[in-house]
Design a protein around this ligand. Structure first.
Ligand code: CFN
Ligand code: HCA
Length: 528
């Protein structure tokens, strides 16, 4: 059965032409084909994507605990990007700005007459009440449309109050998804924060953890493991993150990239400007965590560190052994569908496979092609590659230190020469016969659900309820449905416990959805 075609055939010719590029049914032949990504959703289709402001303010800047992040816009934008994000943060001095939602609460008269006055007033109040060292102003759609000059207000704020103030033109409508917002946030962090303090690291194993937003405490769990081994974690971008720590992040020896999609920009820029190497890591999943810890030890090339790494791995594994076996016995053979933003649909497949759950469908809301294909080559390939390939990769033959990131041209040139398994993208971890969908929409969700019948569907708040009403277990992979952490060793059993509870309490299967009993559409003839 060609599931992909069954779904696509229901579209009009115009939509078919667009969507066929975004949906792939994996076979030996299609595996090597490009998948269309990071392009505009067809107008009228109900997409699950978010906006540029969500990527900039909601994801990257929002978790900074010592920054007063001020949304210049209607209250809903500030509230939604605050109240729904489960990024946790602890502070020592009791001043934690992420507990507050700061907004200028723009109203109609401000849209008509301009909102800068209100922005200045909000900053004045914020400085008087909270005395922040840094304020970040984030624009929403109407601010871009009416042309308020938030950058001028930021410069004025710095002069007036002697504090740092940065402005982010991340109007929601910019670009095609959250992805542009990540970029806008990171560019300014790079330009204005990184490199402004030079405190030396505590030891030679100094790292930054990039692309970890501490949802449900994930970052804390990763830090706990790294600290046990002996790493000095200089900063985290940006889960439980701080402006003060990020100033010093260029002093680290190595950058660890957890969510590649949202942060590869910083990793690349820090490599160019400060020579800080980076490697991809994945602390979601037991095997992935072990691999990541070993890759880190291999980077530093230190025997003592490698031994300590193995000791910690053994101990952590022993602590979860019993639960791991129990949940494996409960979950083995189940199937899952995953549809999240730009990295978790890949990372969670590896955690699911630790418990014997296979993935029948996976998709990203806003990933770029490299997240599907993985333009980064893992170190072993450099040893195997012939010298010609190495030339293209711009790395020394015996330099196993960092992963090589391929440019578009290098990727096109090398992809037929380097086996697919050696790339780090999502596709290489997927089985033939599974489905990959970019920018999955509500219609396709319903159709694939009927055809693939996964036991569990992981996605977000927008599609969760329709999935449940269709009788399928739905878990939120953005917010973890108020649970977590799911990272590292302990997190993996938390995750397995949560989905076991769900699967063995199949309440949603007992529900008769309203549309089965009565028509949900009502119409009457004019005058009738
Ligand atoms: S925390 Fe991250 S892990 S940053 Fe990104 S791509 Fe979003 S907010 Mo929702 S859960 Fe999701 Fe990823 Fe990176 Fe989160 S999969 S969509 S923009 N994401
Ligand atoms: C966003 C944030 C989001 C939304 C989650 C969801 C998050 O990009 O708007 O749709 O359930 O993780 O909070 O991705």
């Amino acid at each position: 059965m060609n599931v992909r075609n069954i779904v696509l055939d229901k579209y009009s010719a115009k939509v078919y032409k667009n969507r066929k590029e975004h949906i792939m049914e994996l076979t030996e032949e299609t595996k090597e084909q490009p998948i269309a990504a990071n392009s505009r959703t067809v107008p009228g289709i109900i997409t699950n994507r978010g906006c540029c402001y969500a990527g900039c303010k909601g994801v990257v800047l929002g978790p900074l605990k010592d920054v007063l992040v001020l949304t210049h816009g209607p209250i809903g934008c500030g509230f939604y990007s605050w109240g729904t994000r489960r990024n946790k943060a602890k502070t020592e001095d009791g001043r934690n700005f992420i507990e507050y939602c700061f907004s200028t609460d723009l109203q109609e008269p401000d849209i008509v007459f301009g909102g800068e006055k209100k922005l200045r007033q909000a900053i004045k109040e914020a400085v008087e009440i909270f005395k922040p060292k840094c304020i970040m102003i984030c624009s929403t759609c109407p601010v871009g449309l009416i042309g308020d000059d938030i950058h001028a207000v930021a410069t004025e704020t710095e002069q007036l109050y002697g504090i740092s103030c940065m402005a982010f033109s991340c109007e929601g409508y910019k670009g095609v998804s959250q992805s542009g917002g990540h970029h806008i946030a990171n560019n300014t962090i790079m330009k204005k924060i990184i490199g402004t303090n030079d405190t030396p690291p505590k030891n030679k194993y100094s790292v930054n953890l990039l692309g970890e937003y501490n949802i449900g405490g994930d970052g804390w769990e990763v830090e706990r493991i790294m600290k046990r081994i002996g790493y000095d974690v200089i900063s985290v971008f940006t889960g439980d993150g701080s402006f003060e720590a990020i100033k010093n992040s260029h002093m680290a020896n190595l950058n660890l990239v957890q969510c590649h999609r949202s942060i590869n920009y910083i990793a690349e820029m820090m490599k160019t400007k400060y020579g800080v190497d980076w490697i991809k890591v994945n602390f979601i999943g037991i095997k992935s965590t072990i691999q990541s810890l070993r890759d880190m030890a291999a980077y530093f090339g230190d025997k003592e560190l490698a031994e300590r790494t193995e000791e910690v791995i053994d101990d952590e594994l022993a602590n979860i052994a019993e639960e791991k076996e129990y949940y494996y016995s409960k979950l083995k053979g189940k199937t899952a569908a995953l549809y999240v933003g730009g990295s978790r649909s890949h990372h969670y497949q590896l955690l699911l496979s630790d418990f014997g759950v296979s993935t029948v469908l996976a998709g990203y809301e806003f990933a770029h092609r490299d997240d599907y294909e993985g333009r980064e080559v893992i170190p072993t390939i450099k040893e195997d590659a012939d010298s010609k390939n190495i030339e293209h990769l711009n790395v020394e033959k015996d330099d196993k230190k960092y992963h090589a990131y391929l440019t578009d041209e290098q990727y096109e040139m090398l992809k037929s020469k380097i086996p697919l398994e050696d790339y780090t993208g999502m596709i290489r971890h997927m089985e033939n016969g599974s489905i990959i969908v970019d920018d999955l929409n509500q219609f396709e969700t319903d159709e694939f659900l009927k055809l693939l019948k996964p036991d569990i569907f992981f996605s977000g708040i927008k599609d969760k309820y329709s999935l449940q009403k269709s009788g399928v277990l739905a878990r939120q992979l953005h917010s973890y449905d108020y649970s977590g952490p799911y990272s590292g060793f302990r997190g993996s059993v938390n995750f397995a416990r949560d989905i076991t509870m769900g699967l063995y309490t199949p309440a949603w299967g007992f529900v008769t959805p309203p549309w089965k009993n009565r028509s949900t559409l009502k119409a009457s003839l004019a005058g009738g």
